[in-house]
Design a protein around this ligand. Structure first.
Ligand SMILES: NC(=O)c1ccc[n+]([C@@H]2O[C@H](COP(=O)([O-])OP(=O)(O)OC[C@H]3O[C@@H](n4cnc5c(N)ncnc54)[C@H](O)[C@@H]3O)[C@@H](O)[C@H]2O)c1
Length: 362
């Protein structure tokens, strides 16, 4: 299978994203090219991923002359917090890292965001490498340099932009990922197509069932194209001042849904899927979208199945959560809404449209 390298163009901060199969074994080799003479390295993973892929990762590094240490955290969003980052600084000190020693994130978005935050701040920044192991992390969170931890008052409130020096996307690592997590990651692939690339969206529609079967050629093509879209957008707007916001399609409603269900009901991708359905309905009600394109968008979203809200969630609760976001931004709440397949616009929504959309889903 062809190995493809995508270069993200950020001037001095540019870096390669290597996509293919059987790549974990080449991690040490790739890193050695960037860091001649360096020995110390810290791999950060969660306990599930460490038990599946940790040893292979350490071996690959050792083969290239590194002396890596592994620090593993409990899996899940609850680990993405300052107290866990502090423990990891301790591991970095124990491993005797200096300013040239890399920190390698081996895991999903939680590990990537947290390890990236540690790499950005330890000794004022050490080289950072992403080896994403969930589909969501491969197509979305490992690319673009957003690193963060959560605060008890909200997600990702403490963080920075810190670009990795290498992203190694080994599609073999997806073999151990469960069906639910895989589908949640696929949502982000569909989102990338929906906001940027109609031909890709139509291709996803045709190939959806091969993707669910994780057919190798199809998955390679989908991941490669989704990452390419993200890199194009990020290289034009690294710090999310403008264009990059289009990647938040489905996220305004999605974040509110995650908040009202206490981050305990939907996976992030599932909430984004429902959020995209809602935003598409809102765009249709606003007259932004033709009936044909509305139906095509909703058709692919429906292929994922239904993700109903829990009965006890009232529309008013979701509106309160949306308003909380509004307060944080200090402005009107802006939704990313489809205008056609592959094209979105940013707009506020009248309250009666928001209410009508929520009522149609609850
Ligand atoms: N930085 C960004 O731009 C960005 C973008 C989107 C999401 N995020 C963040 O990403 C996080 C969600 O990431 P996620 O969905 O990858 O969740 P996750 O990191 O919690 O991983 C999900 C679960 O899958 C397990 N897992 C991971 N890889 C596996 C594998 N190969 N085989 C078996 N099990 C595996 C993990 O142990 C975990 O239990 C959130 O914190 C979100 O805020 C960040």
């Amino acid at each position: 299978m062809v190995v493809a390298t995508i270069k993200i163009d950020l001037g001095e901060k540019s870096y390669p994203i290597i996509v293919g199969f059987n790549l974990l074994d080449k991690l040490g080799e790739e890193l050695r090219r960037q860091l001649p003479g360096v020995e110390k390295a810290l791999v950060i993973s969660d306990r599930i991923v460490a038990s599946l892929w940790g040893e292979q990762c350490l071996l690959a590094l050792r083969d290239a002359g590194f002396h890596p240490k592994l620090a593993s955290i409990p899996p899940g969003e609850k680990s993405k917090k300052l107290s866990v980052a502090e423990e990891l600084y301790g591991h970095a000190l124990d491993a005797d890292l200096d300013r040239r020693s890399p920190i390698i994130a081996l895991g999903g978005g939680v590990v990537g965001d947290l390890a990236g935050f540690v790499a950005a701040t330890f000794l004022r920044g050490v080289p950072f490498v992403q080896v994403p192991t969930t589909l969501l992390a491969q197509v979305d969170s490992s690319v673009g340099g957003k690193v963060a931890v959560n605060h008890q008052r909200g997600k990702n409130l403490i963080g920075s932009f810190y670009q990795p020096s290498l992203v190694l996307v080994d599609l073999d690592l997806l073999q151990t990922l469960d069906e639910r997590q895989f589908k949640a990651g696929l949502v982000e692939v569909v989102k990338a197509a929906a906001v940027w690339d109609k031909a890709f969206f139509l291709w996803l529609n045709e190939n959806f069932f091969n993707l669910l079967k994780r057919e190798s050629k199809t998955i390679h093509e989908a991941v490669f194209r989704a990452i390419t879209i993200k890199t194009e957008i990020v290289s034009r707007d690294e710090h999310e001042k403008n264009l990059r916001r289009i990647l938040n399609f489905g996220h305004t409603f999605g974040h509110a849904l995650e908040a009202v269900t206490e981050y305990d009901y939907y996976l992030h991708g599932e909430a984004v899927l429902v959020g995209m359905k809602m935003a598409t309905t809102a765009a249709w009600k606003m007259g932004f979208l033709s009936k044909n394109e509305y139906e095509q968008l909703q058709g692919l979203f429906a292929s994922f199945g239904c993700y109903p809200l829990p009965n006890e969630v009232a529309p008013q609760k979701i509106i309160e959560a949306l308003n909380y976001d509004k307060k944080r931004e200090g402005e009107r709440i802006i939704f990313i809404l489809p205008q056609s397949i592959g094209k979105v616009l940013a707009s506020s929504l009248p309250e009666e449209i928001i209410e009508a959309v929520l009522h149609s889903y609850i």
